[in-house]
Design a protein around this ligand. Structure first.
Ligand SMILES: [Mn+2]
Length: 305
């Protein structure tokens, strides 16, 4: 049986939103092999406590290895985790997840997708064990949503209700399916996506890292070929609860990753910011931009807590 996670949230916001477009749409016209597409990426990751909470229980990290061999083998990683649990346990769970996933992913010599899944499973076990050893951390858990860009392809791992969006050719696609009770009802035809958005149980999630000794990690069926100007956005529910998909699309394409992250967070706060808000954006630049740049130093960016 699934255990149900009730996430602390205040009253719902009104308003409507369109159902997301079909995920995993790749479009046409990709003539080169993706591994021949030597793209450069720029990224930003920001996290904000919001307007109602005392603590920021979200955590996130962006890692771009400076070592060309490691970059080619493992690529760049963007990760968002939204922790849950009493006292400061949610904070502990999400920051543990970020640390364990990053370390295990880059240390593992296995195939990159397998390494990412393993890293999630390891984080699950470590958080679960920590929660059983300390009464104050009992029941803690976290979402985990990771995107890796490597040699012209993207892949992902996902547990919970943080999300990955893709913006390509000015269209926005939701690339993950929330592991939530309302999403199950949508799949069974009991709710529309719009009804799910306002459902009283929309904050009940069915999977979390750390809630059980084992976890099922969702991944994409195949690596996703990148195209120049693709924009990926990862976020916690503190953003998409208050900012519609079309607003996310418009603000993300209207500026570079940093100002775009800032304006998305500002908009969520303007609308009440009832939850912590974490947003990470990666932008895929073209080859001409990439060749003019030297090999980067390792860049690590941890979302501010
Ligand atoms: Mn949240």
């Amino acid at each position: 049986m699934f255990s149900l996670w009730k996430k602390k949230r205040s009253a719902d916001k009104g308003g409507s939103r369109k159902p997301p477009a079909k995920a995993n749409e790749q479009g046409t016209g990709e003539l080169r092999r993706p591994e021949d597409f030597k793209c450069e990426i720029i990224a930003c990751l920001l996290s904000d406590v919001g307007c109602a909470r005392e603590l920021n229980e979200d955590s996130g990290k962006y890692v771009q290895p400076g070592d060309p061999e490691l970059l080619s083998a493992k690529g760049s990683l963007l990760l968002v985790c939204d922790g849950m649990g009493g006292h400061s346990a949610g904070e502990v769970a999400s920051s543990m997840a970020v640390d364990v996933i990053t370390r295990v992913y880059y240390d593992d010599l296995d195939d990159a997708q397998a390494a990412l899944t393993k890293a999630f499973e390891k984080a699950n076990r470590e958080i679960y064990e920590a929660s059983t050893k300390d009464e104050s951390r009992k029941g803690m858990g976290t979402t985990g949503t990771a995107l890796v860009l490597r040699n012209g392809r993207a892949f992902a791992a996902h547990v919970g209700d943080s999300r990955i969006y893709l913006i390509r050719n000015e269209q926005i696609y939701v690339m993950t399916q929330d592991h939530s009770e309302v999403m199950e009802m949508v799949k069974r035809g009991l709710l529309t996506l719009e009804e799910a958005r306002h459902h009283p149980d929309k904050n009940v999630i069915l999977r979390a890292l750390g809630s059980h000794p084992e976890v099922e990690v969702s991944t994409w069926d195949a690596p996703f070929p990148l195209r120049e100007n693709d924009l990926f956005l990862l976020c916690s529910d503190g953003l998409y609860d208050l900012v519609e998909d079309d607003e996310i699309r418009r603000l993300t394409i209207s500026a570079d990753p940093r100002p775009a992250c800032e304006s998305l967070i500002a908009l969520a706060k303007e609308r009440g910011g009832h939850d912590n808000i974490t947003v990470g954006i990666v932008k895929v630049l073209g080859e001409s931009d990439a060749v003019s740049k030297p090999v980067p130093m390792t860049r690590e960016l941890e979302a501010a807590i």
